[in-house]
Design a protein around this ligand. Structure first.
Ligand code: FAD
Ligand code: UDP
Length: 413
């Protein structure tokens, strides 16, 4: 970055596009605009790093890569996205597995034949388990109980959950975990949230169903740095720069520059229709003098106590680093006899805290429509990403949305 005589950073040659947010949406848009259209792009972020919520840090004491804003597992079934990300990083063959503790016993997730048999202390075959669960679902047939109909489309998370797995499994593994995680009555939550979790009638306890899965071999930041590097001089990145209060950015704004804004949409409009509701998180990190704390990457806690929803043990995300002699004496060589765990606590978001998950109640959806109608009239501002669209996007969906938005914008140039 250039400096003025009094050491103030100045902008490079006038950019064609300003991108607010160096997360996956912003970086993908920048990369496309530069490589496909030869544009000059300025990306700003108010944080001190690239990558938005996917950012990770190598713990200085143990060398273990820790995901700062919650564990991030890359998985996709979209071939274009898999091809795209592989231009910037290789991926390990990591496959995600999660376990859950309920009433002092550990069960495999997502709910599968192992979970069902352990829970009912049975040895059901797949067909027997299907009959058992169908019977459980029929006992609490919401359509008949509440509406006197043969079937209805589940309207909220409780209806969706019970219609997928029946009440006993729902009460054990979903009800209290969801209450801790969302701190909003499950009857007000969208059925989509629970549809993310597969239910399987075999012993496959792979967490995701996707075709492609893995973690960036050299860590998340190496991926984002490779994206930036590929853009050469056409890209300028300014970190610790807030769109709303940086003087140089105010000048750019008044010039009417095309802006891709990936911050919160309600913030952009000064919360004039009220704040959209988010869920925030607290992460409590500990370095422990044991080689292996819990034997798996993520342990969920399904009951109301303990208060945390899950514990992440990051060394399990990269088993290849411990055993690969190439990593010896590098930043990626995890120390033996030590581990890093992070307890994740969920909390209701308040202005000034990190927004993590859109709660997306009916009231929120109404407010969002109002903000979106203002956004539709903007000539020079395009909204995108999980904050700009108030959407629960995984990384691959964020990239797919950015690639699609770029194609839409192409005609403007
Ligand atoms: P972000 O990553 O949030 O980036 C937006 C950027 O905009 C931020 O860096 C922010 O600082 C910046 N910004 C905002 N306002 C301003 C402003 N006024 N001025 C300047 N900059 C600003 N996806 C998966 O595929 N797998 C997972 O395992 C997974 N785990 C997740 C776990 C958690 C806890 C969360 C919250 C999300 C998870 N995701 C996961 C989703 C993933 O984080 C998102 O898909 C992705 O980060 C979205 O990228 P983005 O660019 O839209 O937003
Ligand atoms: N969920 C649950 N119990 C679990 C895991 C998940 O009830 O042990 C529910 C919960 O409502 C959660 C949703 O399923 O919000 C989606 O789970 P996922 O693991 O995808 O959540 P994320 O990793 O995005 O927080």
């Amino acid at each position: 970055m250039n400096q003025t005589e009094n050491n103030q950073p100045v902008l490079n040659a006038h950019p064609d596009v300003l991108i607010v947010g160096a997360g996956l949406f912003g970086l993908t848009m920048a990369e496309r605009l530069i490589h496909e259209l030869g544009k000059k792009v300025l990306v700003i972020d108010k944080r001190h790093h690239l990558g938005g919520n996917c950012y990770s840090e190598f713990d200085s004491e143990t060398g273990i890569e820790c995901h700062k804003y919650g564990a991030h597992l890359f998985h996709t079934s979209i071939p274009e996205v898999w091809d795209y990300v592989n231009r910037f990083t290789k991926f390990t063959n990591y496959i995600h597995h999660v376990y859950t503790t309920h009433d002092g016993v550990v069960y495999p997730l997502p709910i599968n034949l192992g979970t069902i048999n352990q829970f009912f202390r049975a040895a059901y075959t797949p067909d027997e388990a299907k009959l058992k669960i169908a019977d459980q679902i029929a006992k609490h047939d919401i359509a008949e109980e509440q509406f006197g109909k043969d079937s209805i489309e589940p309207q909220n998370l409780v209806e969706q959950g019970i219609s997928l797995i029946g009440k006993p499994l729902f009460d054990a593994f979903i009800k209290n975990y969801t209450a801790k995680q969302w701190q909003t009555p499950a009857e007000e939550l969208s059925p989509e949230i629970i549809k993310r979790l597969p239910v399987r009638y075999n012993y496959d306890n792979r967490y995701f169903n996707d075709t492609y899965e893995g973690l960036p071999v050299d860590g998340y930041n190496a991926w984002f740095e490779a994206m930036v590097k590929s853009c050469g001089d056409n890209l300028e990145v300014r970190l610790e720069t807030d769109y709303f209060d940086d003087p140089a950015i105010q000048d750019l704004k008044s010039s009417g520059i095309l802006t891709i804004y990936t911050g919160p949409i309600d913030r952009y409009y000064s919360y004039q229709f009220g704040e959209l509701k988010w869920r925030s998180l607290d992460f409590k990190k500990e370095v422990l003098d044991v080689d292996d704390f819990q034997g798996c990457p993520v342990m969920n806690y399904a009951d109301l106590e303990p208060k945390y929803t899950r514990i992440h043990e990051f060394k399990h995300f990269h088993p290849e680093r411990a055993s690969n002699p190439d990593f010896a004496n590098t930043a990626y060589a995890p120390a033996s006899g030590k581990t890093v765990i992070v307890r994740e606590y969920s909390k209701t978001w308040q202005l000034g805290e990190e927004p993590y998950y859109p709660v997306n109640t009916a009231k929120d959806r109404l407010k969002l429509t109002e903000y979106q109608s203002l956004a539709a009239n903007e000539k020079n501002v395009v909204f995108g990403g999980r904050l700009g669209e108030y959407a629960y996007y995984d990384m691959d969906k964020t990239i797919a949305a950015a690639l699609a938005k770029f194609e839409e914008l192409r005609s403007r140039f």
